[in-house]
Design a protein around this ligand. Sequence first.
Ligand SMILES: Nc1ncnc2c1ncn2[C@@H]1O[C@H](COP(=O)(O)OP(=O)(O)OP(=O)(O)O)[C@@H](O)[C@H]1O
Ligand SMILES: [Mg+2]
Length: 222
Amino acid sequence: MPEDLIYRPDRGLDRSQIGDLLTCEWIARRQNLVLTGSTGTGKTWIACALGMQAARSGRSVLYHRASLLLEALEIAHADGSISRLRGLLAKAELLIIDDFGLTPLTARSKSDLLELLDARLGTGSTVVAGQLPIKSWHDFIADPALADAILDRLIHSAHKVQLKGESMRKFTTRGSRSLSLVLHALLLTLALVNTLALRGQLAGGSWSATQRIVVNTLVGCG
Ligand SMILES: Nc1ncnc2c1ncn2[C@@H]1O[C@H](COP(=O)(O)OP(=O)(O)OP(=O)(O)O)[C@@H](O)[C@H]1O
Ligand SMILES: [Mg+2]
């Protein structure tokens, strides 16, 4: 929840920058956000807080882990629903792609990512969160032409938050760690529900009230 964010300047969390992001002005301007930092520094936490804030202001928000999103696109190629899935992903006012850089990208995933970012250019905001520093993303994509095209669409005019320090999980008490585990399990479950809801929407191809609720619940669980 945005109210629960703990600001620690030593962790790279600037209260005024986060305050600006919480106004959702950047989403109105269709700008992107890149969140980086090592494990446990709070990328998912911040992404979900911003997603929650966007949902509260009535915006459509989708949260996906990169691997599951790219897998859903891969399946959609196979079953012929790729155009509709792409259309639906392009429509979300805020799309959060978490854990980018954890799983190697296939050739198909790289071009899917490019198509997705291209479709969203000027029409929606995308948050990408990952452990790798931005300077390593080009090598991670490992295809110079596609990497240039992807990064140009994503990074150009993107806000950047680079989190520092040790994992905050180390400092959580046993009780709060258990709560955090429950919340993360819920997050992953809802990500799956969200994927299913997305796929269930393919026939209609539009945002239903149910989908908004699923999405709003999803971003509220952090
Ligand atoms: N700004 C914050 N305010 C309050 N608690 C936080 C904040 N950032 C992180 N935490 C706490 O630290 C835990 C770990 O944060 P989070 O899961 O967001 O890390 P992460 O950077 O996404 O890690 P990973 O790369 O492993 O996914 C959270 O469950 C939460 O308890
Ligand atoms: Mg995370």
